[in-house]
Design a protein around this ligand. Structure first.
Ligand code: NAP
Length: 285
């Protein structure tokens, strides 16, 4: 067994991002700007947003914080996000998931301008991912793909089993793996014989939201644990699988740091693209 260190790979990506952010600032006279929107006080979400803002600052990215009360309506949230979408000083927008249950999260995500969708949550970004067209990858799935690439895991012809089909994780990671020529099976709560299917996988992605859910694999499989449950516990039973996996991500220090690295990288890319568009329009004008 060997560990796939998201911490190490994320550090390398973020070093590059920091350089690009500094070049952007020298060129335009301002830092790239990421706006983080948080609704309510869910402790885990508060911590995630704080972590993302700290990392942004360290990478030379300005962060704006819009903290809205728990009782915010869908209309109010959509209005706030629309303002950020139209604000020329904002390059990227992150709406921390999940929002309170009474809010229509899809409507809120769709208020993010595709050019600022650095967390890759809009239908536009999903379609771009599914069609292998340019666009922003969903941050966690994009991070998983970069981690596999860093550890030279070739997906071509391999059987990848993704457990979970959420719009921000399971579905997009399945699309990205398909684009790399894996044969992909997506499992969910209604899947029959899930354990047997997982045992046929060359690569397993656990994105379930249930602690230590995956307990058996094919010997030599690559295991990506995207789960994060209370007490730093993943969706994979690490102790049980560590010996039989050829490569495995730890929790913490696996997928989590990669998600933030992708978010920051994509923020700088969004800023650069937008600045270049402004430059072009100035020339044309
Ligand atoms: P989610 O929206 O709750 O989706 C969970 C998925 O798992 C659903 O598709 C659900 O199936 C499936 N599922 C639930 N119980 C199952 C069961 N008993 N058997 C088979 N499938 C089952 O969760 P998510 O947002 O995708 O997050 C998944 C995990 O990743 C969580 O632990 C979360 O904390 C973590 N996460 C980590 C990061 C990071 O940066 N590291 C980012 C995002 C999420 P149905 O569709 O049939 O209901």
């Amino acid at each position: 067994m060997a560990l796939m260190s998201g911490t190490d790979v994320a550090r390398e990506i973020t070093e590059q991002t920091t350089k690009r952010a500094s070049e952007f600032e020298q060129r335009t006279g301002r830092k790239p700007c990421l706006a983080a929107v948080l609704v309510g006080e869910d402790p885990a979400s508060v911590t995630y947003v704080k972590m993302k803002r700290n990392r942004s600052a360290k990478a030379g990215i300005e962060s704006r914080f819009v903290h809205l009360p728990e009782q915010t309506t869908t209309e109010q949230l959509v209005a706030e996000i629309t303002k950020l979408s139209e604000d020329p000083g904002v390059d990227g927008i992150l709406l921390q998931h999940p929002v309170p249950k009474h809010i229509d999260e899809r409507a809120a995500f769709e208020a993010i301008a595709p050019s600022k969708d650095v967390d890759g949550v809009t239908m536009h970004s999903f379609a771009a991912m599914a069609f292998s067209e340019p666009g922003f990858a969903s941050a966690t799935p994009g991070g998983i793909m970069r981690l596999l690439e860093a550890y030279e895991v070739d997906l071509k012809g391999k059987h990848a089993v993704v457990v979970g089909r959420s719009p921000i994780l399971g579905k997009p990671v399945a699309m990205l793996m398909l684009a790399k020529d894996a044969t992909v099976t997506i499992c969910h709560s209604k899947t029959e014989n899930l354990d047997q299917i997982v045992r046929t996988a060359d690569i397993v992605v656990a994105a379930v939201g249930k602690p230590k859910f995956i307990t058996a694999i094919k010997p030599g499989a690559v295991v990506i644990d995207a789960g994060y449950n209370e007490g730093n516990v993943g969706d994979v039973d690490f102790e049980q699988l560590a010996d039989s996996a050829s490569l495995i991500t730890p929790v913490p220090g696996g997928v989590g740091p990669m998600t933030i690295a992708l978010l920051l990288e994509q923020t700088v890319s969004a800023a650069t693209r937008r600045a270049d568009l402004v430059d072009v329009s100035e020339v044309v004008g």
